[in-house]
Ligand binder design. Structure first.
Ligand code: NAP
Length: 283
């Protein structure tokens, strides 16, 4: 029988721990403020931004909201980011992606002060992760490490395979698993004989962005499978990059979609915000 890794429950535990930590910090006169910028009104982005603001309110972090029109120029957005960089009251700056096409996302991300880049996307933070020094780490992979640790999954010495090499998920995931002493292989669209590689995985992280691509034929019996994908099917139901029905019986533990990785991303954003004023806010 396999274990379902409950991201809803674990993310709630983390939020409770952070809430307590924030209350203690407040007593010491330390407050935290996250500035959230949204350009345009993409409905999915509005839902994400709303959830992030709700999480801030829950754990006691102040949030400032900047809702800019779709036609905002790159210059206008950069000026806002620079103003927030210089504002001592703001600890974290989050620019909700994707941005409208007239704006260069990379330029915006690199303009956020690294010490306020709570998404962990700035080159300086990515570099810090690479060389093992202090910095913000991308929230989704950071959350996956928490899911594994809090579910009692040992990473050290295990064969870890990550499918996907995006800057937001795949690459930082590989670096984090390496930091935890896993033996890490990364697969991508040019990988040959991928099944041969994934079938060696004790821990398989799937961030491929293709609904139900990974089924039981990719999985070693008893592996731990983490599904990062989120897709809404024609039936309006959510599914992941893993075919849960086929894969789950062959795993020892697996994350569901929804209720697996998704809720962890916001919890770890909150973690990054709290760590702007306090080191290692949760175990
Ligand atoms: P992405 O930027 O599209 O990257 C997908 C990666 O998968 C790329 O590296 C690509 O390889 C690789 N790939 C594509 N097709 C492949 C195939 N057939 N075989 C092997 N590798 C293949 O996606 P992402 O931003 O990393 O996100 C991945 C998924 O996670 C998406 O479904 C996204 O919605 C979801 N997501 C969820 C959360 C959350 O909070 N739960 C957060 C972020 C993302 P190349 O590099 O060679 O093109």
């Amino acid at each position: 029988m396999y274990q379902i890794i409950d991201g809803k429950k674990i993310s709630q535990e983390i939020k409770e721990e952070l809430k307590e930590k924030v209350a203690v910090l407040k007593e010491q006169g330390k407050t935290i403020c996250l500035a959230v910028i949204q350009v345009g009104n993409d409905p999915a982005s509005s839902v994400y931004v709303g959830n992030k603001k709700k999480a801030c309110a829950y754990i006691g972090i102040e949030s400032q909201s900047y809702e800019l029109p779709e036609e905002t120029t790159q210059q206008e957005l950069l000026e806002l980011v620079q103003r927030l960089n210089a504002d001592d009251k703001v600890n974290g700056i989050l620019v909700q992606l994707p941005l409208p096409k007239q704006i260069d996302e990379g330029k915006v991300i690199q303009t956020i002060a690294p010490e306020k880049d709570v998404d962990g996307f700035h080159e300086k933070n990515v570099g810090a992760l690479c060389v093992g020094s202090k910095g913000y780490v991308s929230c989704t992979p950071l959350g996956i490490i928490q899911l594994l640790k809090r579910s009692g999954v040992e990473i050290a010495g295990k064969n870890c395979v990550v499918i996907g090499r995006s800057n937001i998920v795949g690459k930082p995931m590989a670096l984090l698993l390496l930091r935890e002493n896993g033996t890490v292989t990364v697969c991508h669209s040019r990988t040959q004989n991928m099944k041969e590689i994934t079938k060696q995985a004790d821990i398989l992280v799937v961030a491929v962005g293709k609904p139900k691509l990974i089924d039981d034929t990719y999985i070693k019996e008893g592996a731990v499978v983490i599904d990062v994908g989120i897709h809404r099917g024609a039936d309006n139901k959510l599914c992941g990059d893993v075919d849960f029905e086929k894969a789950a019986p062959h795993t020892s533990a697996i994350t569901p979609v929804p209720g697996g990785v998704g809720p962890m991303t916001i919890a770890m954003l909150m973690y990054n915000c709290v760590s702007s004023v306090s080191e290692n806010p949760v175990p």
